[in-house]
Design a protein around this ligand. Structure first.
Ligand code: GAR
Length: 195
C-alpha cells in the first residue's frame, strides 16, 4: 500500500476529490491530513469522512515554529512511511529540509499556468485577480514537483481554460476549480504509481 500525506490550508475541496478517488483503492491510502490552519475546512472534511464518508483520515494541525524550526514534520512523515506528499491548497513554503527528506515525492497544484502568476503572495484568489487584471485570454492549472522555492519545481501536467472578456476573478476561479477537481486526483495516481 502506498501512503499519501495531504497538506491543505483552506476548504480542502481538492483534498476531498483526491481522498474520494482512492476511497476503494487497495494500492493507495490517505494516511494523514496536515494543516497550518486550525480553522481550515479540510479538518471537518477529514474527520467527518471525505465526500462519500468512506475516508476518515487523522488530522494534524501544526504551527510555524514546529514547521520551520524543528524537524518534527519530516520525522513524522518518515515514521509513517509516507510515499508521497500532496499539497492541495497549502499556503506555506515547504522548508528545504522537508523537500530534501522527500525528493521528487512532494507535488503541488497551482491555479494558473506557471511560470506566469506564481511566486510568493500568488495564491488562491490573488492569482485569479491578477490574471483578470492583466486581460489574459486563458488560465489553467499547473501540477508540479515542489522544491524550496514557491511554484518553481518541474512541471508534471498543465491544462488550460479560456477566459471571456466579461469573466470576473470568481468566474475564472470556478473554471479553474473544475480543471483541478477533474485532473489532480488522476495525476496524483500517475505520480504515485511511478514511484
Ligand atoms: C486551489 O485552487 C489551489 O490551486 C490553490 O488553492 C486552492 C485550494 O482550494 N493553491 C494555491 O494557490 C497554491 N499556491 P481547496 O482548498 O478548495 O482545495
Amino acid at each position: 500500500m502506498k501512503r499519501i500525506a495531504l497538506f491543505a490550508s483552506g476548504s480542502g475541496s481538492n483534498a476531498e476529490k483526491i481522498a474520494d478517488y482512492f476511497a476503494n483503492s487497495v494500492e493507495v491510502t490517505i494516511s494523514l491530513v496536515l494543516t497550518n490552519n486550525p480553522k481550515a475546512g479540510v479538518i471537518d472534511r477529514a474527520r467527518r469522512g471525505f465526500g462519500t464518508g468512506q475516508v476518515h483520515a487523522p488530522v494534524l494541525v501544526f504551527d510555524r515554529p514546529t514547521f520551520y524550526q524543528s524537524n518534527q514534520i519530516a520525522e513524522l512523515l518518515q515514521n509513517q512511511r509516507i510515499d508521497l506528499i500532496v499539497l492541495a491548497g497549502f499556503m506555506w513554503l515547504i522548508p528545504a529540509e522537508l523537500v530534501r527528506a522527500f525528493p521528487n515525492r512532494t507535488i503541488n497544484i497551482h491555479p494558473a499556468l506557471l511560470p506566469k502568476y506564481g511566486g510568493k503572495g500568488m495564491y488562491g484568489h490573488f492569482v485569479h485577480e491578477a490574471v483578470v487584471a492583466a486581460g489574459e485570454p486563458e488560465s489553467g492549472i499547473t501540477i508540479h514537483f515542489v522544491n524550496e522555492h514557491y511554484d518553481e519545481g518541474a512541471v508534471i501536467y498543465q491544462t488550460r481554460c479560456s477566459i471571456d472578456p466579461t469573466d470576473t476573478p470568481d468566474d475564472v476561479a470556478r473554471k479553474v476549480q473544475v480543471l483541478e477537481h477533474e485532473h489532480y486526483p488522476r495525476v496524483v495516481a500517475e505520480v504515485i504509481q511511478a514511484l
